[in-house]
Design a protein around this ligand. Structure first.
Ligand code: BGC
Length: 423
């Protein structure tokens, strides 16, 4: 059993047992109890697609929302619920978090549906590592997000005469133009997961896909300590110079809102940001622009939102299966992802309903998957287990970004040390 269970205190368990006992007792076989962190406008709108699909089949929805982008708070709540013996029907979950629950024997089984629906044929193999355990399907992927995007306000771009930056230096030159025009160049929420998510793109842009893979997926020590990794930290420090003074602690969707309103030029963020433009009725190409993070074209740093299915009592299994089936329905995947900003996890879903950014996203996933540049996000726990991803990595990146670690030499040494300690 990995570290996930060790950090749970007895107090939290007792509190959770009391807090959620009522929910479990009230559950009947027509109720879907779902834990998630989709609380922003765009996220909530996307989740409605799934709620409505289940409502049509007569299921009621018991929402367990835990605010906090990136899902760290949600994972703490989930841990408490599972430890207290009151797991939800399903939980939104990322990467290695699911593998930890599978290792601990906490997950259920929706394999008969997977066999019937031939899911193995339509879900990229890379994702099946996280949705299956020894051939058993215990989670389903509702989407594929990717983190290496930048989102720009089109009117601000026009005002400063900006064009698409094709590499990191051009990106800095563009940000300089915004600064000169008195616009905040970069909208950022200064929270560890957001800074780390941005750093994924910086590392890919600085070192390319081979380097990214060596450092983050293979944990090759020479890559982690290399000059390229130092240069990545130096490049991150350069971006630090373009954020406004109030960035610390800001939620990601508030940073997106700055770009939506034209208070800032750009945000580096996963394509869930697009959901916020969409819910504000903004159109790509007209109101905003989506580009791959400069220097990362041809690569997709992915994370996929999975729904993990827990071991539940027999009377709750029907609802669990209904949620799994609805989530894997091609029409639901299309409708959900059009709103969410992500692309369908099923590669057989048509791109017809998607806007220009969504069409690019779908094409990029296919191309990257074919040429081996479809790589898991370190910040989002798709490259390494949480002790390394949202533990060591988030910690060092945020300390560097906020000046507690002062140089890239020191940052590289600290990252290597923290990763080794977490292994
Ligand atoms: C999830 C997205 C979510 C984002 C912000 C990411 O970890 O994959 O679905 O929109 O966090 O909350």
């Amino acid at each position: 059993m990995r570290k996930i269970w060790n950090v749970l205190t007895a107090t939290t368990m007792v509190a959770a047992a009391c807090g959620f006992a009522g929910a479990a007792a009230a559950a009947d076989n027509k109720e879907v109890q779902m834990l998630h962190w989709w609380t922003s406008g765009g996220e909530a709108a996307a989740l409605n697609v799934i709620k409505e699909a289940l409502a049509k089949q007569g299921y009621t929805w018991k929402d367990v929302p835990v605010a906090g982008g990136g899902g760290e708070a949600a994972m703490t709540t989930l841990k408490a619920m599972v430890a207290a013996g009151n797991p939800p029907t399903a939980s939104q979950i990322l990467g290695y978090f699911a593998l930890d629950y599978a290792d601990a024997g906490k997950l259920g089984d929706v394999t008969p549906l997977a066999v019937k629906g031939d899911w193995a044929k339509v879900i990229p193999t890379a994702l099946q590592k996280f949705t299956t355990t020894n051939g058993k399907w215990d989670a389903v992927p509702i989407n594929i997000h990717s983190v290496n995007w930048i989102w720009l306000n089109k009117a601000v771009m026009d005002k400063i005469g900006g064009t698409e930056p094709k590499n990191f230096d051009e990106f800095l030159a563009l940000l300089d133009k915004a600064k000169a025009a008195g616009v905040i160049p970069l909208a950022l929420g200064g929270q560890p997961w957001q800074e780390a998510t941005m750093f994924d793109s910086v590392v890919m842009s600085t070192g390319g896909p081979e380097f990214y893979k060596k450092a983050f997926i293979d944990l090759d020590e020479s890559a982690l300590k290399s000059d390229t990794m130092k240069k990545s930290f130096d490049n991150l420090a350069k971006l630090r110079g373009y954020v406004d003074p109030n960035f610390a602690g800001r939620d990601w969707n508030l940073a997106t809102a700055m770009v939506v309103k034209g208070d800032a030029l750009a945000q580096v963020m996963g394509d869930w940001a697009k959901g916020e433009f969409k819910v504000a009725n903004k159109e790509p190409g007209k109101d905003y622009l989506c580009y791959r993070f400069p220097g990362t074209d041809g690569t997709v740093i992915y994370n996929t939102d999975m729904f993990a299915f827990f071991n539940v009592s027999a009377d709750r299994k029907d609802a669990q299966n209904a949620l799994a089936a609805a989530s894997m329905d091609p029409a639901v995947q299309s409708a959900f992802n059009v709103i969410k900003g992500s692309v369908p996890a099923r590669i057989d879903v048509s791109d017809a309903a998607f806007d220009m950014c969504g069409k690019k996203g779908i094409a990029d996933v296919k191309a990257a998957n074919a040429k081996g540049t479809f790589l898991g996000s370190m910040a989002q726990n798709y490259a390494q287990p949480p002790a390394i991803g949202s533990g060591a990595y988030h910690d060092v990146v945020t300390k560097f970004f906020h000046g507690q670690i002062k140089t890239s030499d020191q940052a590289v040494a600290e990252l290597d040390k923290a990763i080794n300690a977490a292994m």
